[in-house]
Design a binder for this molecule. Structure first.
Ligand code: CMP
Length: 136
């Protein structure tokens, strides 16, 4: 039985600033993801706070929201079988220092904040996050 899913991916400001979006999109294509939806946007801090609401009690929440709204980002709905888990494997650990060789965060990430990409952590959150950017 096929298990086609979509997951939300964000190419974060540090990667867009270094003009890595085509290279990173190429990695998604090479790894079997179809880019079903895509747009380049610059969100406000308020929007970043809504997007990262699950992290609102964390000490890094304010910096995280400042950062995501600091420059343009590319948001995408990526589609393939097991997209959520496979994208998390492709991204690697949150902290680039801990990420395995060959993962996106190992290749492109600079720090735990400037870790180049975001990906949904569950199918449920993927639907919420895709709606957040693409609904309407
Ligand atoms: P992301 O997958 O976008 O989800 C939340 C982000 O918070 C995470 O990537 C990191 O860039 C950032 N972050 C900053 N500090 C931490 C931390 N201590 N633990 C987890 N995430 C952190």
């Amino acid at each position: 039985m096929s298990n086609i899913e979509q997951t939300l991916s964000i190419i974060k400001p540090d990667a867009v600033e270094r003009n890595l979006q085509e290279e990173i999109k190429n990695e998604f294509n090479k790894n079997g993801f179809r880019i079903a939806k895509e747009k380049k946007i610059h969100i406000s801090k308020d929007e970043a706070e809504q997007f990262y609401k699950v992290h609102q009690s964390k000490p890094f929440y304010n910096d995280l929201c400042e950062y995501l709204s600091s420059g343009p980002i590319v948001v995408m709905a990526l589609e393939k079988e097991n997209a959520v888990l496979d994208n998390r494997k492709l991204m690697g650990a949150t902290n680039p220092k801990d990420a395995d060789e060959g993962t996106l965060r190992k290749k492109y990430g600079i720090s735990i904040d400037k870790n180049s990409v975001h990906g949904s952590d569950s199918v449920e959150n993927a639907n919420i996050e895709i709606d957040f950017f693409f609904k309407g």
